[in-house]
Design a protein around this ligand. Structure first.
Ligand SMILES: Cc1cc2nc3c(=O)[nH]c(=O)nc-3n(C[C@H](O)[C@H](O)[C@H](O)COP(=O)(O)OP(=O)(O)OC[C@H]3O[C@@H](n4cnc5c(N)ncnc54)[C@H](O)[C@@H]3O)c2cc1C
Length: 480
């Protein structure tokens, strides 16, 4: 069954020409492109690691146009890859012969309902725009991540994106109230309900969240809004180990009554890379210790906020968990601290190739993971450099391994580094963690997922795919 539902159906040249003609008739010239220059940025991923191809780029401007295009593809037996901002990191949105449907033109705000703390946006709205719309309505849309200037609502939903505020607000799955989806046969499912309570059977929206385009095309979503915090207190603390960072997190959560919205681990190595590659960046607190944490509290009142952060940091120093700390004194300093964290991936990219691992374990087991993973990498590839950073508050590390001198980085990132990944992922599995915490599966981890998921779980996933997309035309070869 796995092969039935995952095999691609790229179409031949003659069929492609006929298909393009039908799509043009249905969507007009604005909605269809075969121009290689226009297509070029859509068929290469953000890191420049994968390059695909497509016979046609479809650019629908409405749900009805998406449905028309999907119906035409179904009739022609052509596979589809949906795409948003193309910032995904697992080779999920780059087409390999599929018809590419870009949702970027579907960028309308359909409704903002502050009294219901909800807004309905089309799939192509970029995350920074979603945040702006919420802010304009006096609310907060809390999702925030490094690619927020390009990632779209449809892509964020389809990858169940995480980011830097999951600790308090949850993943994208937790922020979605309702969805509108074009199904693989071209039917439109309008599930745009703005309800907090709705126990009327299976909650279908969750099937499409994190499905990476394998079950349908997300065209719009109703999203949760939150009160805007009156004040954010942000601090940068120097810690000796991930163990101390996890202990500090627990104390900060307790002392703040759950007001910690961000808690990110930054190794000094990553900090050095950002300072080297990002113009204007500097270490907020020069120190020789190997780790820093970025702590953010979001509070409803300004009174007492600074004192609360000071108390948390004083407590950490008294307990021997932090050797030094600085509180952002103004918005510019706060932004500078976050800029460091958010630019680690960018600085790493400028620095060179690394083998990436987006893994999670229970927060309590993170220190154990970090110690053992370090030893495993050294044993598997002596001299390799580890750049492990990220969402320690969610137990999620971006665990990246740079090969030592003398090892070809290109080959290491492709096949030669597989033993390192196997060692790290075996450890993650032993600790009951996940080999993909927030980036998804795509083509990159598809085979490994099949090896690592228990049979029952995988069978259920395949049954869902078979029920919704029996011909296996929606983003084939991704996830399953
Ligand atoms: C610098 C950087 C930092 C990042 N930081 C984070 C982070 O902190 N946390 C995190 O979770 N991710 C992060 N990412 C990954 C990426 O931003 C997310 O995966 C994001 O959700 C992708 O959105 P997109 O619109 O670019 O989707 P795309 O890359 O276009 O697509 C991603 C997947 O979703 C599918 N898809 C896209 N749109 C639709 C749709 N409308 N309907 C159905 N399927 C669709 C695609 O087929 C593909 O499988 C980061 C990426 C970069 C480059």
């Amino acid at each position: 069954m796995a092969d039935d539902v995952s095999s691609a159906h790229p179409i031949g040249e003659a069929e492609a020409a006929a298909l393009v003609q039908r799509l043009r008739t249905a969507l007009g010239d604005k909605g269809v492109s075969t121009d290689p220059h226009e297509i070029a940025p859509h068929i290469q991923d953000w890191r420049g690691r994968w390059r695909g191809w497509t016979p046609v780029l479809v650019k629908p401007a409405s749900t009805e146009e998406v449905a028309r295009a999907v119906r035409i593809c179904a009739e022609a037996g052509a596979s589809i890859t949906p795409q948003g901002g193309n910032s995904g990191l697992v080779n999920g949105g780059v087409p390999y012969g599929e018809v590419l449907i870009s949702l970027r033109r579907m960028n309308q705000v359909r409704e903002v309902d502050p009294r219901n703390d909800a807004m309905t946006l089309e799939a192509g709205v970029v995350l920074t725009e979603a945040q702006r719309v919420a802010d304009e309505a006096g609310r907060l849309f809390p999702l925030s991540l490094g690619a927020e200037g390009v990632a779209t609502i449809g892509g964020l939903i389809s990858t169940n994106a995480g980011g830097v505020a999951v600790l308090r607000y949850g993943m994208m799955r937790d922020l979605v109230l309702g969805l509108e989806v074009v199904l693989p046969d071209g039917q439109i499912w309008n599930g745009l309900r703005a309800l907090r309570k709705d126990n009327t059977g299976y909650d279908l929206k969750h099937l499409f969240i994190g499905a990476e385009g394998t079950l349908g095309v997300v065209t719009a979503a109703t999203l949760k809004l939150f009160p805007r915090p009156a004040v954010r207190e942000t601090a940068w603390a120097v810690v000796a180990s991930p163990d101390d960072a996890v202990a500090l997190l627990a104390r900060a959560k307790h002392l703040s009554g759950g007001a910690v919205t961000g808690f990110e681990l930054v190794p000094s190595l990553a900090l050095d890379l950002v300072v080297e590659h990002l113009p204007g960046a500097r270490d907020p607190l020069p120190a020789s210790a190997p780790w820093r944490v970025l702590i953010e509290l979001s509070l409803p009142r300004a009174e007492g906020a600074r004192e609360l952060m000071e108390a948390i940091l004083a407590d950490a120093m008294e307990a021997g968990l932090a050797s030094d700390a600085a509180i952002a004194g103004n918005e510019a300093q706060r932004a500078a601290m976050w800029r460091i964290r958010e630019n680690i991936a960018v600085a790493e990219k400028a620095h060179g190739k690394a083998r990436k691992h987006d893994v999670s374990v229970p927060v309590s087991r993170l220190p154990d993971f970090m110690t053992r993973a370090g030893a495993l990498v050294e044993a598997t590839l002596p001299g390799a450099t580890i750049i492990a950073f990220g969402h320690v508050g969610d137990g999620n590390m971006h665990y990246n391994v740079v090969p030592p001198r003398g090892v070809d980085p290109e080959a290491f990132v492709e096949d030669a580094g597989a033993p390192v990944t196997r060692a790290i992922h075996d450890l993650v599995t032993e600790l009951n963690g996940s080999i993909s915490a927030e980036h998804g599966v795509g083509k990159l981890k598809r085979e490994e997922l099949a090896d690592r998921k228990a049979g029952v779980e995988l069978d259920l996933m395949r049954a869902v795919k078979q029920a919704l997309d029996p011909a296996g035309r929606m983003n084939p070869g991704r996830v399953l």
